[in-house]
Design a protein around this ligand. Structure first.
Ligand SMILES: [Zn+2]
Length: 186
């Protein structure tokens, strides 16, 4: 299969028809493509749709692969309030320090929460819609979101970060998601 660039993937998606996808949809396991041209208006359309879906679901972060577009960008709102909007295109974590274990959920794993150890402070480098690079440091929940969403862009999921205890205690819920996926995709 021919490899599309991130911009080609974005242009071929109709923002209005984008929906949340759920584990174990294989698109969530893909390593996502770079977005060579963040200033393309189609990128903004995708981002607006993602913010709308994230706020509707009362999430604090949403990565493009979670709506089936496997490109390297994510949106976040640590306070889950519409006036608190962050966008990261082609993000890279440049440094991280401290450690904190806390409950974590994911819009692609409805109903599942588990303890995940993350860094306490995370510095990320990313582009905005104007293509300009910026650096930002997030702490606590914001740091957790930056790591969780960057994981998504490499196909790494909450289930991959679960310890054996969390995996066991969430076994039934994970199984239910697998069964539901088999039903809707079969
Ligand atoms: Zn997630």
């Amino acid at each position: 299969m021919e490899r599309m660039t991130g911009n080609e993937k974005i242009s071929s998606a109709d923002p209005a028809s984008l929906r949340m996808i759920y584990y174990p949809d294989p698109r969530l396991k893909e390593v996502c493509s770079q977005v060579p041209d963040p200033a393309d208006p189609a990128v903004q359309d995708l981002v607006e749709r993602m913010f709308a879906l994230m706020f509707k679901a009362r999430g604090v972060g949403l990565a493009a692969p979670q709506v089936g577009v496997t490109v390297r960008l994510f949106v976040a709102s640590p306070t889950a309030e519409p006036d608190n909007r962050h966008l990261y295109i082609n993000p890279e974590i440049v440094s991280a320090e401290g450690a904190r274990e806390d409950d974590e959920g994911c819009l692609s794993f409805p109903g599942i929460f588990c303890k995940v150890k993350r860094h306490e402070a995370v510095t990320i480098r990313a582009q905005g819609l104007d293509g300009e690079w910026f650096e930002q440091t997030g702490r606590d929940l914001h740091a957790r979101i930056l790591e969780h969403e960057t994981d998504h862009l490499d196909g790494r999921l909450l289930v991959d970060r679960m310890g054996s205890v969390a995996r066991l205690s969430n076994r039934k819920a994970l199984q239910a998601l697998q069964e539901r996926y088999a039903e809707v995709s079969g």
